[in-house]
Structure formats: C-alpha cells, structure tokens
Design a protein around this ligand. Structure first.
Ligand code: FE
Length: 176
C-alpha cells in the first residue's frame, strides 16, 4: 500500500512538471542516437600510425588523444581563448568545432554547445572510472577529445567538454 502511494505521489509530481522534462528527454535521445551510430574503433577514415604520431605530438597530446587521457583543468591552451576561428583535430586536422559555438562553462576545459558539422564528432559510451559518461572522439581518426554532457546552454543544451591537447586552433584571417 505504501509503495503504491509513494509511486503515485512521485508520478503526479513528475506529471505536474512534465514540460520541464521534455528538453532533457530530447537531449538524452540525441546522445543515445549518437552512441548507437558510433563506428567500431578500427573503422575510421584516417588510419593512425602510432609511432609517427608519437614523433609529431607532444606527450600530453599523445596521451589525451591515443590513451584517452585528460589534461588538468585550467591548464590547457584553449579553455579561455575567445578568438574567432576553427578548432581542428590535432591528429588528422579535421574541423571539429567553431569559435561561434564555444562558451565559458567555467569547468576549465574548452566547451562547445555544438560540433562544427553534423557527424564531425562521434560519441560512444564510457564506463571508465566508475562513471557513466559519453565519450567524444574525432569522427575521422578516432582521437579521444573529451566528453559530452547534457548541461550546456540552448539551443542544444549540450556541453562538449574538450581537452585543449586534442585541438589545434586556426584563427580566421581578417576580411574573411
Ligand atoms: Fe582526427
């Protein structure tokens, strides 16, 4: 009896504010769609030569992109950058994010509410470190970028929390 009461109370409470759940449901659905369309790890257009990559990248860039590492908050090159331009993948040079969609989340990592083009970033479930998160990777080469959270600003409500070490910023030249 008590269980029925609690359940119906919870239901009516949720029902009363159902409209507030709609954006959350939409965001969750979108993340699940991304994850279900994620390619297998060896199914990327750009194949990575790990030995050559070690020569090309700094140890931090290699650790973050190839070993799913995370740079310390507020230490990356781009978390506070406000210049106009594009953020490329440090491994394969694909355009991943635009400065127009960057925002100050206060988390200490570059944050974007959208990817540069639909499909330029892929998502996959990440169960590491005892957490349930959504990992984001470069769709072309599979480089680890960071994670996707559902606490970003509108219009998407999403926050791509990205390591500076995964990115290479290219500023817009004046007049473009
Ligand atoms: Fe890439």
């Amino acid at each position: 009896m008590s269980r029925v009461l609690v359940t119906s109370l919870q239901y009516s409470k949720r029902f009363a504010s159902f409209s507030s759940y709609i954006p959350l449901v939409q965001q969750t659905w979108r993340v699940r769609s991304y994850c279900s369309s994620y390619k297998k790890s060896n199914d990327f257009e750009v194949k990575v030569d790990k030995a050559k990559l070690k020569e090309k990248l700094t140890p931090t860039q290699y650790h973050v992109t190839q070993e799913r590492g995370t740079e310390r908050a507020f230490t990356g090159e781009y978390y506070d950058l406000k210049s106009d331009g594009h953020y490329h993948c440090v491994v394969c040079d694909a355009i991943l994010f635009k400065s127009d969609e960057k925002f100050d989340s206060g988390c200490g990592w570059p944050s974007f509410y959208e990817m540069a083009e639909q499909g330029s970033v892929k998502m996959r479930p990440d169960h590491s470190h005892g957490m349930e998160r959504t990992e984001s990777v470069c769709a072309k080469c599979g480089a680890h970028l960071g994670h996707l959270f559902n606490d970003g600003p509108m219009p998407t409500g999403q926050r791509y929390c990205i390591n500076s070490a995964s990115l290479k910023f290219q500023g817009k030249s004046k007049g473009k």
